[in-house]
Ligand binder design. Structure first.
Ligand SMILES: NC(=O)c1ccc[n+]([C@@H]2O[C@H](COP(=O)([O-])OP(=O)(O)OC[C@H]3O[C@@H](n4cnc5c(N)ncnc54)[C@H](OP(=O)(O)O)[C@@H]3O)[C@@H](O)[C@H]2O)c1
Length: 250
């Protein structure tokens, strides 16, 4: 996928992985549409990258289609869509407020589906485009204390896999990027710090580099770090062993 002179829409561009990805895409010559809720951060990034900022809350059902319309109006269309915005929640599921369940499903799962639904037809008509979904290792393995977050990411993963099959031969690529733990404000935003000793959080710049290389290659799937394939493979091949290990080591 050529990046130079292409229009790339990045959700969650105001912070962390999305911000670092936006800077790299701009460095590779993309024209950017930057989305998030934090107006000041987006304005600063837009100035730095020459992109345009669109602010809004993806928890609102109409925001994804509004964003797609705005991006198309401002830039004439979107060639690369990076569905990156996401929100976490950690704690015992039995104590989770129903409104938080709905917020996580809306932002992490429904919004990327709606945004993709709005932008995919034009990509297919041009027989050109690429849609990236930022999922999580939590969605591939399940994580105690993050049941809803993990479920939204698993849903996104399966949606992307199905969409890839459906768009085969259409000229549009679909990829998933599966991070482990990354040094961003994600844990601060979710309201509970990352407390495990391993795996160690990866520097956001390294993760963003890999994500943009995956876009450029039109890749279908990339783990960051790569060794995360291992627990997923063990879970697939020997689920009993996986559950025993997960129960023991977390
Ligand atoms: N960090 C990790 O360890 C890790 C691991 C696996 C997967 N991920 C995934 O990576 C993606 C990026 O996370 P990050 O680590 O960069 O976290 P982050 O620094 O907290 O950034 C999250 C981004 O999502 C946006 N966002 C959150 N809620 C939103 C809403 N309701 N409407 C619009 N935008 C919203 C935020 O924008 P505003 O602040 O402007 O609202 C922000 O730009 C997420 O999908 C996350 O699930 C992260």
């Amino acid at each position: 996928m050529r990046i130079a002179d292409r229009v790339a829409l990045v959700t969650g561009a105001s912070s962390g992985i999305g911000r670092a990805v936006a800077l790299r895409l701009a460095g590779a010559g993309a024209r950017l549409v930057l989305h998030g809720r934090d107006q000041q951060r987006l304005a600063d990034l837009a100035e730095r990258t020459g992109g345009v900022a669109v602010t809004g809350d993806l928890a609102r059902p109409e925001e994804a289609s509004r964003l797609a319309e705005e991006a198309t109006r401002l830039c004439g269309g979107v060639d690369i869509l990076v569905n990156n915005a996401g929100v976490g929640w950690a704690g015992a599921f039995a104590g989770m407020a129903p409104a938080d369940i709905e917020r996580l499903v809306a932002v992490n799962l429904v919004a990327p589906m709606r945004l993709t639904r709005a932008l995919l037809p034009a990509m297919c008509a041009r027989r050109d485009g690429y849609v990236m979904f930022v999922t999580s290792i939590a969605g591939r393995t399940g994580v105690a204390g993050e049941a809803v977050y993990a479920a939204t990411k698993a849903g996104l993963d399966t949606f992307a896999e199905s969409l890839r099959l459906e768009t085969r031969g259409s000229g549009v690529g679909v990829g998933v990027f599966v991070p482990g733990v990354v040094e961003t404000e994600f844990f601060q935003h979710r309201g509970r710090p990352y407390e495990r000793r391993s795996p160690r959080p990866l520097p956001v710049d390294r993760v963003a580099d890999l994500l943009v290389r995956t876009v450029a290659a039109g890749g279908a799937e990339r783990y960051s770090p790569g060794w995360l394939r291992l627990p997923v493979a063990v879970r697939g091949a020997a689920p009993g062993l996986y559950r025993w290990l997960a129960g023991r080591f977390g």
